[in-house]
Design a protein around this ligand. Structure first.
Ligand code: SAH
Length: 345
């Protein structure tokens, strides 16, 4: 997969041009064509002479995935099944909202973290995605939905398949490429990385100057409950995770985000809500409540709307708190439903 152009920074493309005995501005033309103009292939970079395009096409690939299937939900959400060079497939989701659009992209094929309520967990980990494969998802969806032309905000959330902090190098390089004003130009303030709580990697993540906002999947109101829902808590205890969060070096404009999947009768009581506010006291944070999205073989239920509202009210009294509306549930595009399903349901 070394032969993909997407995923290479300008410096790498410049070295590549030099190796081909081409002037450095050719690298800038390639960079612009792939990242800024989001062209659909090397042959579309019309600023390059035809002969160079042919050489490049012979020795490299663009790195764009093949769009294998697209599922359209009633609410405008579109879920994509994308095929990678080695035949494996991943999912990415386009989510239109009133004031902006959001792209939800994957960071791994499958996921090694075994959260009990998540469909992707059942796949296990097949492999990490390369930086190029992460960036190429965003480029592909942006092109298919002509996102630049819409003149609306564009957000990227790395909340698709996989645990981003277990593929940290690729995620950080992808973030730099996506944020580059000369290229894709999506501000780091408009990107979010969500983690199941790999405490040791959160510190490492924070050492990077260019980084997305951080969201942490809390999902439980106490350690014992979290152990049952997210067995990874055995490795990264809740206390340790919250300690790392308290020490997280937030930038002045930034809030830490905590996600909380609401599971009927499991973690959705008033008492759970009060405990959550106690756990997160003294952290500059927002809480995002996600009513459970069902999936085959997953033995949890979605709380009634009134229960979600009651929980929301209690947390909101202590800190900013939002309910994430399920998007594209009818096509299995919502949080926790990504499992390379070829059928809509
Ligand atoms: N691995 C990362 C990112 C992917 S999951 C993480 O764990 O944060 C994105 C969010 O969806 C997480 O907060 C996760 O807890 C939540 N989620 C997983 N399965 C869900 C389901 N069935 N219903 C609702 N949310 C779910």
């Amino acid at each position: 997969m070394e032969d993909a152009l997407i995923g290479q920074e300008l410096g790498e493309l410049t070295a590549l041009a030099a190796a081909l005995e081409e002037p450095a501005y050719r690298a800038r033309q390639i960079y612009r064509g792939l990242y800024r103009e989001r062209l659909s292939g090397i042959d579309r970079i019309s600023t390059l002479p035809r002969k160079l395009r042919e050489t490049l096409e012979r020795d490299f690939t663009s790195g764009l995935p093949a769009v294998e299937k697209r599922f359209d939900a009633a609410d405008g959400t579109a879920r994509y099944l994308l095929r990678l060079a080695d035949g494996k497939s991943i999912e990415a989701v386009f989510i239109p909202e009133a004031a902006r659009d959001t792209l939800c992209i994957s960071t791994q094929v499958g996921c090694p973290v075994d959260c009990r309520f998540c469909l992707t967990a059942a796949m296990g980990l097949e492999r990490n995605l390369t930086c190029g494969e992460i960036v190429a998802q965003a480029l592909t969806l942006a092109r298919l939905h002509a996102l630049e032309a819409r003149e609306r905000g564009l957000n990227i959330v790395m909340m698709g398949m996989g645990e981003p902090l277990l593929n940290l190098d690729a995620v950080m390089k992808a973030t730099r490429l996506l944020a580059d004003p000369q290229g894709v130009a999506i501000s780091q303030r408009r990107m979010t990385v969500s983690t199941a709580g790999i405490a040791s990697r959160i510190e490492e993540f924070a050492r990077h100057d260019v980084r997305a906002k951080l969201a942490v999947s809390l999902n439980a109101s106490n350690e014992e409950q979290r152990l049952r829902l997210m067995p990874i808590t055995k490795k990264y205890r809740l206390g340790e995770l919250l300690e790392v969060c308290r020490n997280y070096p937030l930038r002045p404009w930034e809030w830490l985000m905590f996600e909380y999947v609401l599971l009927k009768g499991v973690n959705d009581s008033d008492r759970d809500a009060r405990d959550v506010t106690r756990l997160l006291a003294n952290i500059k944070c927002k809480v995002n409540l996600i009513p459970f999205n069902p999936g085959p073989g997953i033995d949890f239920e979605t709380p009634a709307a009134a229960r979600v509202e009651a929980f929301h009210k209690i947390v909101m009294a202590a800190m900013p708190c939002f309910v994430r509306q399920p998007r594209g549930r009818d096509i299995f595009a919502a949080c926790g439903q990504l499992k390379r399903t070829a059928q809509p349901s």
